[in-house]
Design a protein around this ligand. Structure first.
Ligand code: GLA
Length: 727
């Protein structure tokens, strides 16, 4: 039993293997948060303190008791209008124009299995793997009901949160703010770790003390964004990779979001994650319901490595779905950096022919195969195969590529549209645009209004028409701009458009994965602009960044690894000088970096020297050898590449029998100092053998002082070491 309700104390205790979460219904029916941390027993309501606090108001029923104030007490779902002046999780605008929602406990249910959310991605689990707690809270005056959902996956150390709002009163209300998860700490000095970035340089780590005043991250771009990832870590000031308490909150959502952290007047800390309240005012008619997207929580008492591993395992095995969930993904060659818009069917076939000889398993035809699309000025939206450009039908080309023993994949950007397209000429009202204003353009394109069902239905048909032309086994699903001009001609309530857009996207993706269960989807948004757990529900891998430079990638993939599994990280070897940075790195280094992800290539294989071709064939063999260990093993960050002159990471099989260590030199200097790399997570008192040198090492020494990397001349050298446990 992972959920326990003690009737006399009215306390809910949620246990996972290594954590405990506790809350209590108090004498007024408010749901107070008591505890989230290392696994423990007993009731923690002694942590609450009551004192007369000036300027912190009291609920009416408290009468003359000035020591009870929601401004001070930790809560599960703080709501605006109840006397809590910290940032609320819920703001409701009522039928009479008033703001406020006074949520009191009604009832609860404990259910076997994990809840799901209609129309939204969410963690899934078998009945034996999870339990669900539903707690109904209601405003006695407006009859607005909020059902809190808690999903507990004990073995994974995961607790999920979501909520459903039901308008059980009379008339229409508006949800002005809905956070999916709120965590209150009654004291403590914590750091907030967030991941910021930009196009082609995503997910850099920032760690700052949680201070007085709000620290806010988020997206108002309609996608989860390159700029801030929808995931946050709260860490004890002392916590590091291997020690200390830390908590992660990750949003299973691909649109606008808001993450906030705040230290209050009494040094208490509140951290919340959920939908952005900007451009959001969601109408609920009488009887209607609204589901908030899910937030995934996990706690580690053993530092950030364990925290990341908890998220990795959860997303890999309980968010990702489909045929490719557990398997090593096909090694692919993508045409983008090899040809951009300039190709014929024959050229693509020649890429494939050369690639297949070297062991590549799938050819992906990127942008440019449809409509009038020889550059990014036109054609987007016209998903009709440009047979003239290909010089053959798509079916014929696919047949030829399959004939080489290779799979075939194709690029789509279903949400984008050029004004210079047949679709736009036919349906100018299908885009997001404010009547009477000129819309903001980005990459010469506008965005289709996916909040409209007719638009989503049309796009589903168009994609199916292409997919039915041949044996297409993979789609790269791109989205190359941020949303703006968020006005839909199909609704009066514009405050719902940003969220409905994401629901439309999810609906389309769900219909496709249902109709084509064997299809592998790779998410993409100008690289890693929509790298979130929501997309992973549909696409088990996401192109991590448009920056394929191996050295920058070490940093981008380092940041990404805090929240997402290696099996989700799309990573390719590309040509040098690198197209984004102009940097030249060794082929081997590019391979080792791309192997910390779903491996592939992004170059014209015909242009490689014989030596490089040989190296490529070897690399692919190496990837096959370690593929399972890489995708399904435990991942450890061995260095911080923002601090050290070497980037290093480790894959450890769950049974600890095998270890693969990768290291990339990020700098080179005269009279170079030696770099040592400490291994992690090995069992004590064991011996490991380096499979190349055959040298045997003690696991404790490998973890204490580490191995030393060779000192070699030349920039960006790299090493991959495979150890096997011998005793
Ligand atoms: C985006 C993607 C690239 C490529 C181009 C095609 O930028 O991230 O990988 O697919 O679009 O236009």
């Amino acid at each position: 039993m992972s959920i326990i309700f003690t009737e006399n104390e009215k306390v809910f205790t949620l246990h996972t293997k290594a954590s405990t979460y506790q809350m209590k219904v108090d004498q007024y029916g408010f749901l107070l948060h008591l505890y989230y941390g290392r696994r423990t027993e007993g009731c923690m309501d002694y942590l609450l303190h009551y004192a007369d606090r000036g300027f912190s108001g009291n609920p009416y029923e408290a009468g003359k008791d000035r020591t009870y104030s929601l401004d001070v007490l930790p809560q599960e779902l703080p709501s605006s209008g109840t006397g809590d002046y910290r940032s609320p999780a819920v703001i409701v605008k009522n039928r009479d124009g008033s703001y406020g929602c006074d949520l009191r406990y009604q009832t609860h249910r404990i259910i076997a299995g994990k809840y799901s959310l209609p129309g939204l991605p969410a963690v899934y689990a078998d009945e034996e793997e999870a339990e669900t707690l539903e707690v109904d809270l209601e405003d006695p005056v407006t009859k607005v009901r909020v059902t809190l959902y808690y999903g507990i996956l004990p073995e994974l150390d995961i607790i999920t949160r979501s909520l459903r709002v039901t308008n059980r009163g009379e008339g229409k209300i508006y949800l002005e703010k809905i956070q999916s998860a709120c965590l209150d700490w009654v004291w403590g000095d914590y750091d907030l770790i967030t991941f910021y970035g930009r196009h082609a340089m995503e997910r850099s780590l920032q760690r700052t003390p949680i201070a007085h005043g709000a620290q806010v991250i988020g997206s108002r771009r309609g996608t989860s964004s390159h700029q801030y990832n929808p995931m946050m870590i709260v860490a004890d000031r002392e916590a590091g990779e291997d020690t200390g308490s830390c908590w992660a909150m990750s949003f299973v959502y691909s649109g606008n979001f808001k993450g906030e952290a705040e230290k209050d007047q009494f040094q208490q800390v509140r951290v919340q994650l959920g939908l952005s309240d900007e451009l959001f005012s969601y109408p609920l008619e009488e009887g209607e319901v609204f589901y908030a997207p899910e937030a995934v929580l996990t706690y580690s008492g053993q530092g950030l490595s364990r925290l990341s591993q908890n998220l990795h395992r959860c997303f890999r095995t309980h968010v990702c779905r489909g045929k490719y969930r557990d398997g090593v993904r096909p090694v692919l060659l993508n045409s983008w950096e090899a040809a951009y818009f300039d190709f014929t069917g024959e050229e693509i076939y020649q890429f494939a022919k050369e690639a297949s000889k070297l062991g590549i398993e799938m050819l992906v035809l990127d942008d440019g195969w449809f409509g009038k699309r020889d550059d990014d000025f036109s054609g987007l939206g016209d998903w009709q195969v440009n047979e003239e450009k290909l010089g053959e039908t798509l079916g014929h080309l696919i047949g030829r590529i399959n004939g080489l023993g290779m799979k075939f994949g194709i690029w789509f950007e279903p949400e984008g549209i050029n004004e210079d397209s047949e679709l736009y000429r036919l349906h100018p009202d299908w885009v997001l645009a404010v009547p009477g204003r000129k819309p903001v353009r980005a990459r010469y394109q506008l965005v289709l209004d996916f909040s409209r069902k007719d638009v989503v239905d049309y796009m589903f048909q168009e994609i199916c028409k292409v997919l039915d032309q041949g044996n297409i086994e993979y789609i790269k699903w791109d989205m190359n701009r941020s949303l703006s001009d968020c006005f839909s001609r199909a609704t009066k309530d514009q405050g719902r458009v940003m969220h409905d857009y994401v629901l439309g996207l999810y609906d389309l993706l769900e219909r496709l994965v249902q109709r084509y269960p064997n299809l592998l989807l790779e998410g993409c948004s100008g690289g890693g602009g929509r790298f979130d757990a929501g997309m992973l529900y549909y696409s088990p891998q996401i192109w991590c960044s448009d920056n394929s430079d191996a050295i920058d990638r070490v940093k981008i993939q380092y940041g990404t690894s805090f929240g997402y599994p290696i099996s989700a990280v799309g990573s390719h070897v590309s040509a040098v000088p690198n197209h984004q940075t102009g940097r030249v790195t060794p082929f081997k280094t590019r391979g080792i970096v791309a192997m910390a992800g779903t491996f592939g290539y992004e170059m014209d294989p015909r242009k490689l020297s014989e030596e490089e071709k040989q190296e490529m064939a070897e690399q692919i063999k190496t990837y096959h050898k370690y593929g399972d260990l890489i995708q399904n093993g435990l991942y450890f960050r061995l260095t911080d590449p923002f601090v050290r002159e070497v980037g290093a990471w480790e894959f450890l099989s769950e049974d600890a029998s095998q270890v693969l260590v990768s290291a990339v030199m990020l700098e080179i200097h005269g009279n170079m100092t030696v770099n040592y790399i400490r291994l992690k997570g090995l069992p004590q008192g064991c011996m490991y053998q380096d499979q190349e040198s055959k040298q045997i090492y003690a696991s404790d020494a490998l973890m204490e002082t580490g191995i030393l990397l060779p000192v070699e001349l030349g920039e960006y050298q790299s090493y991959q070491m495979h150890f096997v446990k011998v005793s």
